[in-house]
Design a protein around this ligand. Structure first.
Ligand SMILES: [Zn+2]
Length: 262
């Protein structure tokens, strides 16, 4: 597969790599059943089908699948996937796990030693709806049902449980997909910043993600260009990216509302 990274001046650097499936995990971040922002919820609904197809293809190749629907794992308390995560033997981490808390889990904040501020302003929480803005509320109860839980998959939103699962399987490579890239896909305790800090080889599935970005906020670009800017930030400061084509052989996913020329 081709890993896409960026130099500090923003130029794209592509490098070929082979990751052994048995040493690779795919983590699905916060693909919830509903969201307080109607636009965000609609996009997750559209993304879920292609994401599930990618997960199926990755699983068939032997990649370990971790479902990570943050703050709603209790919905799954009686499932084999949740029990698998809880049963993984404790493994010490090479560095302490993030201790800050945000939105129901531990959290890795923006790291000023490693990255600049994000290239989009999400300080209004990023409702991208036109006209009336959505009211923030606890909207989610579970992972969206479109994504299948299969035997052998795990389900957790906990950093230690994630590490235990990875160590028990000798996993060295972690791929991330799901939402939202400017928030949870970077900050959650199973997500990009934490996995990089733990020394994993990390890659973002850049077509299977989205952001919370309101185009009325700086830098004033359309929603999907805003997402691309955050992908560029990740490629520059955190980890390379790939597309779902690696697993599906199909063209990379695009949202219907993304009317830009490919
Ligand atoms: Zn909205």
């Amino acid at each position: 597969m081709i890993l896409r990274a960026r130099a500090k001046n923003g130029s794209i650097q592509e490098k070929s790599a082979t990751w052994e499936a048995s040493k690779t995990a795919l983590i699905i971040c916060d693909m919830w059943d509903d969201h307080w922002c109607k636009s965000a919820s609609r996009r997750v609904g559209e993304l879920a089908g292609p994401l599930n197809e990618t997960v199926k293809a990755a699983r068939a190749r032997g990649v370990f699948i971790i479902h990570a629907p943050s703050s709603v794992t209790s919905f799954y308390q009686d499932t084999p996937q949740r029990k698998l995560a809880q049963a993984a033997p404790f493994a010490a981490t090479p560095v302490p796990l993030a201790a800050a808390q945000r939105w129901g889990t531990a959290w890795c904040w923006t790291d000023p030693k490693r990255e600049t501020v994000l290239p989009i302003d999400d300080s209004d929480m990023g409702c991208s709806c036109t006209g009336a803005k959505c009211e923030i509320r606890e909207a989610w109860t579970r992972q969206i049902a479109t994504i299948d839980l299969s035997p052998g998959d795990a389900l957790t939103d906990d950093g230690q449980e994630t590490w235990n699962l990875l160590q028990a399987r000798g996993i060295e490579n972690v791929m991330l997909c799901g939402v939202h890239l400017n928030m949870c896909v970077l900050g959650r305790p199973f997500a990009i910043r934490q996995m990089v800090a733990l020394g994993m080889n990390v890659a973002l599935l850049r077509d299977l993600t989205d952001t919370m970005y309101n185009p009325e906020r700086p830098p004033g670009v359309d929603h999907f260009t805003g997402t691309d800017l955050v992908v560029g930030h990740v490629e520059k400061y955190w980890c390379p990216s790939i597309t779902s084509t690696v697993f599906t052989g199909q063209p990379a996913f695009r949202f219907k509302e993304d009317t830009r020329k490919p």
